[in-house]
Design a protein around this ligand. Structure first.
Ligand code: GLN
Length: 199
């Protein structure tokens, strides 16, 4: 059984743990570099990316996270976690740091005021069984991706243009939405398969 960490600096940590606990993995909260050393893969939850960035620096986790991701540790980021895995962000604060790893530009709070929160079905490449019921909460979207990034899903933005909301690059995966909130474990299961080297 692989050990999956949930970065527990801030955000909806317990919800991710609850989903992971239904899968065949050992789950731990990651709050220190020592915890990080014990995990085979890491989930970075939703929350507030500016706060998460500050706390990662304060807990001495930013550099260790960058190092593990560079060394190939699989990671899955949702919403604020997607922002943390982005090489480039738009609409961040001046001192906002990311872990990086996915060659993409992510725009924070992209969907705008009319649509701060919404729920919609998203067809996710690589998932069987119909569209994924996706909850978006002050969500980012992916504005641009590099050549090694696979787009897994998109939704119409406020201007009806298609906006990327799910991506994968090697062992790294990110979604703008919150699959930990809707009781559908397919995306977490895909991540566990990535950690096990099966996907
Ligand atoms: N808007 C938040 C941020 O920029 C992300 C929201 C979320 O994770 N639900 O960090």
């Amino acid at each position: 059984r692989p050990t999956i960490g949930v970065l527990a600096l801030q955000g909806d940590v317990a919800e991710h743990q609850r989903v992971l606990d239904t899968l065949d993995v050992h789950t731990v909260k990651v709050l220190s570099p020592e915890h990080l050393d014990t995990v085979d893969g890491l989930v970075i939850p939703g929350g507030e990316s500016t706060t998460m960035s500050k706390l990662a620096v304060r807990y001495g986790l930013l550099e260790p996270l960058r190092k593990r991701v560079r060394a190939g540790m699989p990671a899955y980021g949702t919403c604020a976690g997607m922002i943390m895995l982005a090489d480039r962000i738009l609409g961040g604060t001046a001192d906002q740091e990311t872990v990086g790893g996915i060659d993409m530009t992510v725009r924070r709070n992209a969907f705008g005021r009319q649509t701060e929160s919404f729920e919609t079905g998203v067809r996710i490449g690589a998932l069987d069984g119909g569209p994924f019921d996706a909850v978006f909460i002050r969500a980012p979207w992916v504005e641009e991706v590099g050549p090694d990034v696979t787009v897994l899903g998109a939704v119409p933005g406020p201007d009806e243009a298609g906006r990327i909301v799910a991506v994968r690059q090697g062992g790294l995966m990110a979604t703008s939405f919150h699959p930990e909130l809707t009781g559908d474990a397919r995306i977490h299961r895909l991540f566990v398969d990535i950690v096990k080297g099966l996907a």
